[in-house]
Write a protein that binds this ligand. Structure first.
Ligand SMILES: NC(=O)c1ccc[n+]([C@@H]2O[C@H](COP(=O)([O-])OP(=O)(O)OC[C@H]3O[C@@H](n4cnc5c(N)ncnc54)[C@H](O)[C@@H]3O)[C@@H](O)[C@H]2O)c1
Length: 346
């Protein structure tokens, strides 16, 4: 059984990618790349990975890889993805796909030109609860979805304050592009990725930038964003994301959809990274709640799904096309926030 040779670039969240690939019997992580020699040693030793590179291009030139994960700060997603395609690799790129939609479109065009797969790590799809909800939705349980609200709020939770996440030049934006991107994708995926028409957005930074300034740290992105999206089919979706907000819970993730026959919710429990899923409906004049209980259908991580799709020659999910659409919506939210006007999606 020939194993696919995998390389991972960026060893923060990249550790999770290594674990995800190691679950698949037909994948072997043979090389890693990171600017930090400490990270290379630590992660390389932990997972017994032989190839270790401070220059990702050298890894791509030398290792004869089949699949590459790009798990660096957002600014490097596009150049490293293009370099990986050039080296003949399929790519699993972290979210957000890129700094903006223009970059995302370039990546998608390259993947089509080179006939290589481009998957985006919309990892919240790959939770058991989201997986189970999607099965129900695909069987038509909701009817037509006409309204949704999808949010991720933190009371105080700027990732690595002073680091790249809070710098526009490295991240492209703040909590909207970091957290909102996940909840936006989850809602769109469950809604069947309807075509958007209009976007109205707002961004604010009253809390995090003052905290950063008081400590002499760099911070030039929003700390809260909100948006209202109208789709061509008439449905509407509210999106909210924050790293800092004067709200009760430490961390709230929640996606609610209302359909003509039923509604659903996917949310985290107790401010933690554990989830619950419910479906609500009316039958014979009574209101019913359908709660998903373990054991639930197992969801494998995105890395496993990509390898499986390559091996079985089947389409993968979380595609580059969906990544581009999400980036177009994020761009439109930022543009609307800056202009104070609604933005039409072409
Ligand atoms: N899907 C998820 O749930 C999830 C969770 C966390 C982070 N992420 C995404 O993963 C990416 C990385 O985030 P993180 O939290 O791991 O950041 P991080 O800062 O913890 O780690 C980034 C790593 O990349 C390395 N690096 C930086 N520039 C590089 C380059 N040009 N070439 C090679 N290595 C480079 C750094 O040395 C560092 O070790 C981001 O795009 C982030 O949005 C996704």
């Amino acid at each position: 059984m020939k194993k696919l040779r995998v390389g991972v670039i960026g060893l923060g969240m990249g550790r999770g990618h290594i674990k995800g690939y190691q679950m698949h019997p037909q994948a072997e992580v043979v090389a890693i790349a990171d600017l930090s020699t400490d990270a290379l040693k630590k992660v390389g030793d932990e997972f017994s990975i032989p190839g270790r590179y401070t220059d990702p291009q050298k890894m791509l030139d030398k290792e004869g890889l089949d699949v590459v994960s790009v798990v660096t700060p957002n600014k490097f997603h596009k150049p490293l993805t293009l370099a990986a395609f050039k080296a003949g690799c399929h790519v699993l790129c972290e979210k957000p796909m890129a700094m903006n939609a223009k970059e995302a479109r370039e990546m998608l065009a390259a993947s089509r030109r080179m006939r290589k797969r481009l998957m985006i790590n919309f990892s919240y799809r790959f939770t058991e609860q989201a997986w189970a909800l999607k099965k129900e939705v695909d069987q038509g349980i909701l009817g037509d979805v006409y309204f949704g609200r999808t949010v991720w709020h933190r009371r105080r939770g700027v990732p690595k304050m002073g680091g790249w996440f809070g710098q526009k030049a490295l991240a492209g934006g703040g909590p909207l592009i970091d957290l909102g991107v996940h909840r936006l994708d989850l809602a769109l995926w469950l809604m069947g990725y309807p075509k958007p028409e209009w976007v109205m957005g707002g961004v604010y930074d009253p809390i995090a930038s003052s905290i950063a300034k008081a400590s002499g740290l760099k911070y030039d992105v929003e700390d809260l964003a909100s948006a209202f999206i109208r789709f061509k089919n008439g449905a509407t979706l509210v999106v909210e994301a924050s790293w800092a907000s004067n709200t009760k819970e430490n961390e709230t993730m929640e996606t609610t959809l209302c359909g003509t026959r039923a509604g659903l919710t996917h949310r985290n429990i107790g401010g933690k990274y554990e989830y619950e899923a419910e479906i609500y409906m009316e039958r014979n004049g009574a209101q019913y709640d359908m709660k998903l209980h373990p054991p639930v259908p197992a969801a494998k991580p995105s890395m496993y799904n990509l390898i499986d799709a390559i091996v079985n020659k089947t389409p993968h999910i979380a595609t580059g096309e969906e990544g581009v659409l999400v980036m177009e919506l994020l761009d439109a939210i930022y543009l609307s926030a800056a202009s104070g006007k609604p933005v039409k999606i072409k």
